[in-house]
Design a protein around this ligand. Sequence first.
Ligand code: SF4
Length: 249
Amino acid sequence: MNNEKKFIYLMSVIALFFALLYKLVNFVVYSQDMKFVNISIILLNMLLMIIISIIILSSIVSYFILKNKKINKNIMKINLKIVNAMYPLIIVTTKIFSIPKNDIRRVYVTLNNNYIYSNKYNFKAEDIMLITPHCIQKNFCKHKVTNDIENCRKCGQCNVEDLVKLKQKYNVKAFVATGGTLARKIIIQNKPKAVIAIACERDLTSGIQDVSKFQVIGILNKRPNGPCFNTEIDIEDVEEAIKFFLGGN
Ligand code: SF4
C-alpha cells in the first residue's frame, strides 16, 4: 500500500470510529425508552454527523491533492487545517494499525507543500530563509557552520557548500541549526516571510505545524548513513523552492 492509500485508509478508520460512536449513542438513548429526546443528544448527534462529513470530505480532497489534481487553493488551505486538527488522532491510529508514522508524515509534508505551491508569491530575497539541521554537515568537518554557514570552506564534501552557494547566488538567509528547538527560535527571531526547511519527516512535520504563520516548504533529507548522520539533500529542490518564493515560477 502506498503512503497516500495508507493516509486515506486511516482517515476512513477514524470516520468509521465516529460513525460507530454515533450508532452507540443512539442505541443507548433509544433503548432507554425515552419519552422525549434531550436537546443535548440532538446536538451530540449533529456534532458527530458534522465530524464524519468533514473527515469524508477531507479524505476526498486529500486524495485529489495527493494525485496532483487541480484543487482550489482555499479548499486546500481548509483541508490542511482539518488535517492539522486531526493529526494527533491520525498518529494514534498509525500505532493501532502498525503503519510507520513517517509514511503519514510524508503525506502531511506533501499536502502542505502542494498548498504552498498553489499560491503565488513575490518575496524579496532577504525575506526567504533556508534552514537545515547540522547533520547535513560531514561529521569530520571542524568548521563551525552552526555559528555562521559561511564558515564552510566549500571543500565539496557535503551539501553545506551547495547551500552557501545558493545563499550567495540569491542573497537569501541560510542557517544550520543544532536542533529543532533552535531552528524554531532562529525562524521566530529572524521573522522571514518564507521558510525552506530541510529535515527528516518528524522534525519537518512538527516544525511546519509550529511555525504555521510562516509560508513553509518542507524538503525531506536523505539518510544514506542512517538517521542524523551525514545526511544529504536534493539541492535542486531547494533552488526550485527559492525561485518559487521569489516569484519565478
Ligand atoms: S562542504 Fe563545508 S561544511 Fe561540508 S565538509 Fe566541506 S567545509 Fe565542512
